[in-house]
Design a protein around this ligand. Structure first.
Ligand SMILES: [Zn+2]
Length: 356
């Protein structure tokens, strides 16, 4: 099959062996697959990426970097053929989503970071039948493929347990930050403050439900949150309810320096939810955290239930993801799209249609 292959440290359009479904697996035609920031990280620092996964004990991400790898973990596929002893719950032609996890004879593997299971940047994939979720309500594959990144944002908001005394501050309005904004909006948390240097991404944040957006080069999102907590006219008069306002900061950028930046900007008693995936060391000053009584928490992907619930919400129109799809490209354009996404500008989610 045609696929974009990570080979010898480079992304190339090439040939990859057609995947064959084993027992309990299904062959699907890839209909849409999103390019994720983690895919860019993987291409830049594949060895560090796999070392970190190994140190964290994630056995499903063990990968031999000398072998070809087809990236892509945000996908929607169309059922083609069943492997042996399949239940055949769905008919060929049915669109499906799945957690990016394949369960086979060698155990569980993360689809998209595996030398065994090709991800969505190829024409075909094999998925695990027991994990398949039918795409509801005639939802287009391009939107269904956003289930995975939206679930990342949804989970972060779930575990943040935003309370009435929190003002949410979303740092970074790439796909992850926008998914966080959408989840906060869905949970009717207000006001939501979102920050990004790109005017296009700030406009997207407003469309996804942010109440105020900030260009961090001109204004601190943390000070903006304080202003909202203490409206003009109430300057120094601190009522007890205003005093108790603190920030729930969602760090959705994931580059070194952001944790320290969030801790420096956070108001007293704030919480920082780390959602942006930073692979390099990021020095912090614990004393700042102590003086301000900060809490830092890290979010890891999502649960299977959350993933299914997010697909359902997208299908029902309760989460509108269509503004996030800023481009749909074919396989031959993927290597240049990876380059372009290093300085994303107006792009949010670039979707790959391998059959385009
Ligand atoms: Zn991702």
């Amino acid at each position: 099959m045609r696929a974009v292959v990570y080979r010898n440290g480079e992304l190339v359009l090439g040939a990859y062996a057609d995947p064959i479904p084993a027992a309990g697996q299904v062959l699907v035609k890839t209909r849409a697959c999103g390019i994720c920031g983690s895919d860019l990280h993987f291409c830049d620092h594949a060895q560090a990426f796999t070392n970190l996964a190994s140190r964290a004990g994630i056995a499903s991400m063990e990968v031999d970097l000398c072998r070809d790898i087809v990236l892509g973990h945000e996908f929607c596929g169309e059922i083609m053929e069943f492997g042996p002893s399949a239940d055949r719950r769905f008919k060929p032609g049915q669109l499906v989503c799945s957690l990016p996890l394949a369960i086979g004879p060698t155990g569980a593997r993360t689809i998209g970071y595996s030398d065994e299971y090709p991800g969505g940047l190829g024409e075909y994939m094999v998925l695990t039948e027991a994990l398949l979720l039918p795409v509801p309500n005639g939802l287009p594959a391009t939107c269904a493929a956003l289930t995975e990144p939206m679930a990342v944002g949804w989970h972060a908001v779930e575990i943040a347990q935003v309370q009435p005394h929190h003002i949410p501050v979303v740092i970074g309005c790439g796909p992850v930050g926008l998914a966080v904004v959408a989840a906060l909006k869905h949970k009717q948390v207000a006001p939501i403050i979102a920050s990004d240097p790109s005017p296009d991404r700030r406009a997207l944040a407003l469309r996804m439900g942010a109440d105020a957006v900030v260009d961090p080069r001109e204004e601190s999102p943390f000070r903006q949150a304080e202003k909202i907590a203490r409206p003009v006219g109430q300057g120094g008069a601190l009522s007890s309810s205003l005093l108790s306002k603190s920030q729930m900061i969602f760090e959705c950028v994931g580059v070194p320096g952001m944790l320290r930046h969030a801790m420096d900007g956070a108001s007293d008693g704030s919480e920082i939810m780390v959602v942006g995936a930073c692979m390099q060391p990021d020095a912090i000053e614990p004393m700042i955290g102590m003086f301000k009584a900060l809490t830092i928490k890290f979010s890891r992907t999502y649960t299977g239930e959350e993933f299914a619930a997010v697909l359902h919400m997208i299908g029902e129109g309760a989460l509108d993801v269509s503004p996030l799809v800023t481009d749909v490209i074919g396989l031959s354009d993927v290597p240049s799209a990876f380059e372009a996404l290093r300085s994303p500008g107006a792009q949010a989610k670039v979707i790959v249609d391998p059959w385009r």
